[in-house]
Design a protein around this ligand. Structure first.
Ligand code: ADP
Ligand code: MG
Length: 262
C-alpha cells in the first residue's frame, strides 16, 4: 500500500543507484493564482519510463500541475526539476526543458491554416533548424506511427477529432521529447474516437516513453499506468498502483470520486 507521496519502494532503491533515473522531481511545491492557493505542498517523483495517470475532480489543479512542469505556468514555492534542470533558478534553460517535454491538450491546438505535414515540420524546421526534407521524412514516420500517413496534405479542419488529436501527438513526437504530458486528450472526442487515440498512447507507453496523463479513462490507467495519483483541492490526496487504487481506495474523497466515474 503506497499512500505516501513518495515513489514506490522499488523506485526509491533505484534512486540510490543513480539520480539520472529521475525524469521529474517536484518538491514541496506551492502555487497561487493571485490569492487563490491552487497547488498545495506537491511532492512527486517520476522515474524515467514511468507512466503516471492523474485523476481528480474538475478544478482540483490537475492541468495547473502539469502546466507547471513545462512552465506554461509558474509556481511560487518549492522546486521543480525536469531532467536535472531546476525550473526556478535555471530560467535560461527553460527552452531546453520545453524541447524535452511534449504536451498534448484537450483541444488539439493545431494550426488551422497549415497542412498536417506543415504542422508537424514547423517546429523541427524553425526551432531545431532541421532541413526541410529531413523534417518531412521524420514527420511521415510519425504519421505512420499514429496510423494516418494518408492525411498528410489535408488541413486540420478536414480531419475528425480523433485524427486531429493523433496529429497533435505526432507533432509532439517530431521534437523527440523525453517526457510526454497529456491533459485530458480524449475528453473532447466523440466516444467512437477515444479508442484510436488511447491506442496510440498505449503504444507510446509500450515503447518506454515517460508519460504523465491527466485522464479519466480508467481502462487506460489500468492497462498502462505504474501509478494513479488522485488530486483534490490542489493536493495529492492519494496515490497507488492502479489495481490497488481502484479496488481499495483509502480516502473518502477518492471513494466518492471513483463512485461517480466508474
Ligand atoms: P483541473 O485541471 O483539475 O480541472 P485546473 O488546474 O484547471 O484544474 O484549475 C484549478 C483551479 O484553478 C480552478 O479553481 C480554476 O478555476 C483555477 N484556475 C485555473 N487557471 C486559472 C487562472 N489562469 N487564473 C486563475 N484561476 C485559475
Ligand atoms: Mg484540467
Amino acid at each position: 500500500m503506497t499512500t505516501t507521496m513518495e515513489a514506490p519502494a522499488a523506485d526509491r532503491n533505484k534512486m540510490t543507484v543513480s539520480d539520472t533515473d529521475v525524469a521529474i522531481e517536484i518538491r514541496d511545491m506551492n502555487k497561487w493564482y493571485g490569492d487563490f492557493h491552487v497547488l498545495r505542498d506537491i511532492d512527486l517523483k517520476v522515474m524515467r519510463g514511468e507512466r503516471i495517470v492523474i485523476a481528480g475532480p474538475s478544478g482540483s489543479g490537475k492541468s495547473t500541475l502539469i502546466r507547471c512542469i513545462n512552465r506554461l505556468e509558474e509556481h511560487q514555492q518549492g522546486d521543480i526539476i525536469v531532467d536535472g534542470i531546476e525550473l526556478t533558478s535555471d530560467i535560461k534553460r527553460i527552452d531546453e526543458v520545453r524541447r524535452e517535454v511534449g504536451m498534448v491538450f484537450q483541444h488539439f491546438n493545431l494550426f488551422p491554416h497549415l497542412t498536417v505535414l506543415q504542422n508537424l515540420t514547423l517546429a523541427p524546421i524553425w526551432v531545431r533548424g532541421t532541413p526541410k526534407a529531413e523534417a518531412e521524412a521524420s514527420a511521415m514516420k510519425y504519421l505512420e506511427r499514429v496510423k494516418i500517413p494518408e492525411q498528410a496534405n489535408k488541413f486540420p479542419g478536414q480531419l475528425s477529432g480523433g485524427q486531429q488529436q493523433r496529429v497533435a501527438i505526432a507533432r509532439s513526437l517530431c521534437m523527440n521529447p523525453k517526457i510526454m504530458l497529456f491533459d485530458e486528450p480524449t475528453s473532447a472526442l466523440d466516444p467512437e474516437m477515444i479508442k484510436e487515440v488511447l491506442d496510440v498512447m498505449v503504444q507510446l507507453a509500450q515503447d518506454g516513453m515517460t508519460m504523465i496523463c491527466v485522464t479519466h479513462e480508467m481502462g487506460f490507467a489500468r492497462q498502462v499506468a505504474n501509478r494513479v495519483i488522485f488530486m483534490d483541492q490542489g493536493q495529492i490526496i492519494e496515490q497507488n498502483e492502479p489495481e490497488a487504487f481502484f479496488s481499495n481506495p483509502q480516502h473518502e474523497r477518492t471513494k466518492l470520486f471513483l463512485s461517480q466515474i466508474l
